[in-house]
Write a protein that binds this ligand. Structure first.
Ligand code: TRP
Length: 467
C-alpha cells in the first residue's frame, strides 16, 4: 500500500520537526527584507490585508497540496509525482513539474547565496563597529564597495554555499534536523530581542501606524504584488515543501501542521516589520523601498542610535540564520533526487550539485561588477532577445534569474502541484493523507485546491507576464 512507504532518506522525529523545517524554509529574506518594504510601498494595512487573504486562499492550499504529495510519494518530488501519477493512471509527464521546480529551486539558491553573503559581510562590519556614526553617503558607499568587489562577494558566496552543502550532506536527520533544532530557536530569540529593542526606541507606534494604516483606495495596487509574495514567502511551487513532506511521520495531521507553518511565517513577517521600522524612524530616516532598505537605510539607523551596534549585529545574524534555513530547503529536492537516481552517496551528490549551483551563483556575483553592463534578457519591439552587450534596458544575469524563477517558474510549479493534488490524486488518497479531524472541511479544502488556488495563480501569472 502506498501509505506504508518509507523515505530512504530518513524520517523526522515528529511533526514538529516538519514544522521547524517548513517554517525554516518559509522564513527568509522574503520575510525580513521584502515583506516590510512591500507593505510600506503598497499602503501598509491595505497590503497586509490582501496578503493575509492570499496566504489563506492560495499559498496555504498549495503548501497543503505539496505536503500531501510528498508524504504520499515518500521520495524526491520528481519520483513522488512519477509514482503517484502511475498509481492514478495519469501521464508520467506530471513529473516534469517537479523537474522544473527542482531547477527553479537551484536557480533561486544560486542568487540567494550571494545576497545572504552580503548579510555575512555586514555581520563582520557591525561587529567591527564600522557603521558607528555612519552618514547616509557613507553607508551607500560601503554597500557599493562590497558589490563592486567580485572577490569579496565570491568569498562570502562560497562560504554560504559551503555551509549549506555541509548541512545537506550530513543527511536528513543528522544534518537538517540537527541544524534546524539549533537555528530555529536562535531565530526566535534574535527576533524577540530585536522586537524588544524596537519597543525601547520610543518610535514603536510610528512603526505600527506605518504597517497597519488601512486605506481602502490602496488595495487594488497591491493585489498582484501581495499574491506573488504570498507564494515566495511560503516557499511553495518548487518542491521544497514536498520533499520535507516526504520525511513527515505517517500519523501526523497535515492540515493543522500546514496552518501552523503559514501562521508562523506570517507572524515572523509582521514581527520583522514591527522590529525594523521603529529603528528606521528612530534614526529619522525614510522607510525607503528596495534593496537599499536592509543594506543601506538600516545600517545608517543602527549606526546612529543607542546600542545600535549590538542590535545591528544581532539583526544581520538573524538574516543569515533565516537565509540558511531557507537555503537548505532549496538544495534538498535535487539532492534527494540525485541520490535516488544515481545510487551514489549523499556527500558526492551534494558536492556535485552545490558546485554547479555555486558556478551559476558566480554569474550573479559578476552581474554587480564585471558584467554589470551585460544584459541577458532584453525586451524591445522585436520581443525578447537573450543576450546583449548593452546597458539600454534589459536585465542583468541576476535580474534575469530572479525574474525567470519568481515570475514564471514558481507560479507554474505551484499551479501544477495544486492541480495534481486536486484533480489527479484520488479523493480517497487525499482524504486519507489529510486525515481531517472535522471531515466537513474536506469539501472546502477540495474546492480551494481545485478552483480557488489555481484561479489565483493563473490570474497573477497571466497579468505578470503580459503587463
Ligand atoms: N521563503 C523564503 C523567503 O521568504 C525563500 C524560499 C525558500 C523560497 N525556499 C524557497 C522561495 C522555495 C521560493 C521557493 O525568503
Amino acid at each position: 500500500m502506498a501509505d506504508q512507504k518509507q523515505s530512504i532518506h530518513g524520517v523526522w522525529a515528529s511533526r514538529w520537526v516538519f514544522i521547524l523545517a517548513a517554517t525554516g524554509s518559509a522564513v527568509g529574506l522574503g520575510n525580513i527584507w521584502k515583506f516590510p518594504y512591500m507593505a510600506g510601498v503598497y499602503g501598509g494595512g491595505a497590503f497586509v490585508a490582501v496578503y493575509l487573504l492570499c496566504i489563506a486562499l492560495v499559498g496555504a492550499p498549495i503548501m497543503l497540496a505539496e505536503t500531501v504529495l510528498g508524504r504520499r510519494g515518500r521520495q524526491s518530488p520528481i519520483n513522488s509525482l512519477r509514482s503517484l501519477a502511475y498509481t492514478a493512471k495519469a501521464s508520467p509527464r506530471w513529473a516534469w513539474a517537479a523537474v522544473m521546480g527542482m531547477i527553479a529551486a537551484l536557480l533561486i539558491l544560486s542568487f540567494y547565496s550571494v545576497v545572504a553573503g552580503w548579510a555575512l559581510d555586514y555581520i563582520i562590519g557591525m561587529g567591527q563597529g564600522s557603521f558607528t556614526g555612519i552618514s547616509g553617503e557613507g553607508a551607500a558607499t560601503r554597500f557599493a564597495t562590497l558589490t563592486d568587489d567580485p572577490w569579496r562577494l565570491a568569498g562570502w558566496h562560497s562560504l554560504f554555499m559551503l555551509v549549506t552543502a555541509i548541512i545537506i550532506a550530513r543527511g536528513v536527520v543528522a544534518g537538517l534536523e540537527k541544524a534546524l533544532r539549533i537555528m530555529m530557536p536562535m531565530l526566535f530569540v534574535l527576533l524577540v530581542a530585536l522586537f524588544g529593542y524596537s519597543l525601547s526606541t520610543g518610535h514603536f507606534m510610528e512603526g505600527v501606524r506605518f504597517l497597519f494604516h488601512f486605506d481602502l483606495a490602496e488595495v487594488p495596487a497591491g493585489i498582484l504584488a501581495a499574491m506573488g509574495h504570498a507564494f515566495f514567502t511560503l516557499s511553495v511551487g518548487v518542491g521544497s515543501i514536498m520533499v520535507f513532506g516526504a520525511y513527515m511521520p505517517r500519523e501526523s495531521s497535515i492540515a493543522g501542521t500546514v496552518m501552523t507553518v503559514a501562521l508562523l511565517d506570517t507572524l515572523v513577517a509582521l514581527t520583522a516589520g514591527l522590529a525594523l521600522f521603529p529603528v528606521v524612524f528612530a534614526a529619522g530616516l525614510e522607510p525607503s523601498a528596495g534593496p537599499g532598505l536592509m543594506f543601506v537605510t538600516l545600517p545608517i539607523a543602527f549606526g546612529n542610535i543607542a546600542m545600535g551596534q549590538v542590535f545591528g549585529l544581532l539583526f544581520f545574524m538573524l538574516v543569515a540564520v533565516a537565509a540558511w534555513s531557507s537555503a537548505i530547503s532549496m538544495l534538498e529536492p535535487a539532492v534527494a533526487y540525485g541520490v535516488e537516481r544515481s545510487g551514489r552517496s549523499r556527500v558526492a551528490v551534494t558536492a556535485a550539485i552545490a558546485i554547479l549551483c555555486w558556478l551559476v551563483g558566480m554569474g550573479t556575483v559578476l552581474s554587480f561588477n564585471v558584467l554589470a553592463e551585460a544584459r541577458f534578457m532584453v525586451a524591445d519591439e522585436s520581443g525578447w532577445r537573450l543576450f546583449a552587450w548593452t546597458d539600454a534596458g534589459g536585465k542583468t544575469f541576476f535580474e534575469s534569474i530572479d525574474y525567470l524563477t519568481s515570475r514564471i517558474l514558481l507560479p507554474l510549479g505551484g499551479l501544477a502541484f495544486c492541480l495534481f493534488a486536486g484533480w489527479v490524486l484520488s479523493r480517497d488518497a487525499l482524504r486519507e493523507e489529510l486525515s481531517l479531524q472535522h471531515p466537513q472541511l474536506f469539501p472546502v479544502l477540495l474546492c480551494l485546491l481545485r478552483y480557488v488556488a489555481p484561479a489565483g495563480v493563473a490570474i497573477v501569472f497571466v497579468t505578470e507576464l503580459f503587463k
